[in-house]
Design a protein around this ligand. Structure first.
Ligand SMILES: CC(=O)N[C@H]1[C@@H](OP(=O)(O)OP(=O)(O)OC[C@H]2O[C@@H](n3ccc(=O)[nH]c3=O)[C@H](O)[C@@H]2O)O[C@H](CO)[C@@H](O)[C@@H]1O
Ligand SMILES: C=C(OP(=O)(O)O)C(=O)O
Length: 418
């Protein structure tokens, strides 16, 4: 199994180009089933999750042609199969995003239940309830969701019990081809929901209100083909900025969008960073040592759960005591015991990680448990004295394109070894 080997202690300097967003690319790839003509997607990040999505689509008959390392033509005309198998779904929870588009376009979908993962149980009851309200018959048997609809889905008013990002995306995508008007209330406001709406509208859908908590979708008979560029990854951007701050560096992220990162930039500033920004770039200049910060994760526009592990690594070396409270997932502190192995002084009290910053972390052999936990270990390794070996990096490859190459470009001493 591949590992990352990091010699810590170098401050990151220079420029890094941010990739397209994983969490925008995945719903858009699944929604590319919906149009009746080919769709060209650009700025698609080269990630394991994207490769899994393309494989899942291919099994349904939706083939693709790579037009370059980050662009694909998706051919939805071949859709002829309706089963998303456990073998693929178990490697990528976001496979659930195929449910709404497949049911809406094909009239039938059989999708393996994704099950829980390292960060929490992550049920999909809201996805299922919403589709039922739109007229689908859904049963769960033998670990699979079996969904069917006679004719088209029907527009409905869907009040979401909780804010769910992929729940909102699944229902919004399904509603584009439904008969009538669908209103999603208490919708997720994440920028990735907005990117999906923009994509679907570019293919002829009629979606209004994405980015607010009420989204209205007027169903249309068909979607056409076209081209779309995936938005930049705000979480990758935030991760590089935290790495820059933790290492006392000076880094500019290019091809990004500062407007999606307000909560993260606020916390970086509180930690002592000087932030400057333009339309598509953000520069971070670090102080000698970061100040501790307090963070409460919550749905957008509040602080994103996908950035809390990275800030745990930052608090670990800050000049004082800080804390991070996780309110979205029940088990998202798997990085804490690993950070402790590197000398961090972090206590867990319920859903809060309280960190007394230490002057120095020391390199160690550590193990990734999930995607963002992996990012926090890489950040800690960049700061630590000596060598850090990060194992099980298949987690990191799900969501960070060429992470070691990008960090090498900023001067880090990091190698991928087989
Ligand atoms: C591919 C993708 O975009 N993944 C993101 C998405 O995950 P994902 O869409 O899976 O996360 P949700 O927004 O759905 O989850 C929020 C909370 O709602 C709960 N819930 C969700 C659905 C449901 O049917 N029932 C239910 O109880 C979840 O267990 C969790 O506690 O949003 C999360 C929260 O910003 C991010 O961490 C993930 O990176
Ligand atoms: C939790 C994440 O992703 P997923 O929902 O794909 O597991 C993430 O991107 O941090």
């Amino acid at each position: 199994m591949q590992k990352l080997v990091i010699q810590g202690g170098t401050s990151l300097q220079g420029e890094v180009v941010i990739s397209g967003a994983k969490n925008a690319a995945l719903p858009i790839l699944m929604a590319a089933i919906l149009p009746s003509e080919p769709v060209t997607l650009t700025n698609v990040p080269a990630l394991q999750d994207v490769r899994t999505s393309l494989k899942l689509l291919a099994e349904l008959g939706v083939t693709n042609t790579a037009l370059g390392p980050n662009s694909y033509e998706i051919q939805p005309q071949g859709l002829h199969h309706h089963v998303a198998s456990y073998d693929l779904v178990k490697t990528m929870r976001a496979s659930i995003l195929v449910l709404g588009p497949l049911l809406s376009k094909f009239g039938e979908a059989q999708v393996s239940l994704p099950g829980g993962c390292a960060i929490g149980a992550r049920p999909v009851n809201l996805h299922i309830e919403g589709l039922r309200q739109m007229g689908a018959t859904i049963t769960v048997e033998n670990g699979y969701i079996h969904a069917k609809v006679d004719g088209r889905l029907r527009g409905a008013t869907l009040l979401m019990d909780m804010v769910s990002v992929t729940g909102t995306e699944n229902l919004m995508a399904a509603a584009t081809l439904a008969d009538g008007v669908t209103v999603i209330e208490n919708a997720a406001r994440e920028p990735e929901v907005v990117d999906l709406a923009r994509f679907l509208n570019a293919m002829g859908a009629d979606i209004r209100g994405a980015g607010t908590d009420t989204i209205t979708i007027h169903g249309v008979e068909r979607l056409h083909g076209g081209s779309y560029s995936i938005q930049p990854d705000r979480i990758e951007t935030g991760t590089f900025l935290v790495a820059a701050l933790a290492t006392g560096g000076d880094v500019t992220c290019r091809n990004t969008d500062p407007t999606m990162l307000d909560a993260v930039l606020k916390k970086l500033t509180e930690a002592g960073a000087t932030i400057t920004k333009g339309a598509d770039w953000i520069r971070l200049q670090a102080p000698t040592r970061p100040q501790p910060v307090t963070i409460v994760t919550a749905p957008h526009p509040a602080f994103p759960t996908d950035m809390q592990a990275q800030f745990c690594a930052l608090n670990a070396i800050a000049d004082g005591t800080g804390w991070v409270r996780e309110t979205i997932f029940e088990n998202r502190f798997m990085h804490v015991p690993e950070l402790r192995r590197m000398g961090a002084n972090i206590e867990l009290e319920g859903n809060t990680a309280i960190s007394k910053g230490v002057a120095e972390l020391t390199g160690a052999q550590v193990m990734c448990t999930d995607l963002r936990a992996s990012a926090s270990l890489v950040i800690a390794g960049l700061v630590a004295k000596g060598e850090t070996v990060v194992e099980r990096i298949y987690h990191i490859d799900r969501g960070y394109e060429a992470i070691e190459k990008k960090l090498q470009g900023l001067g880090a001493n990091i190698q991928r070894i087989a």
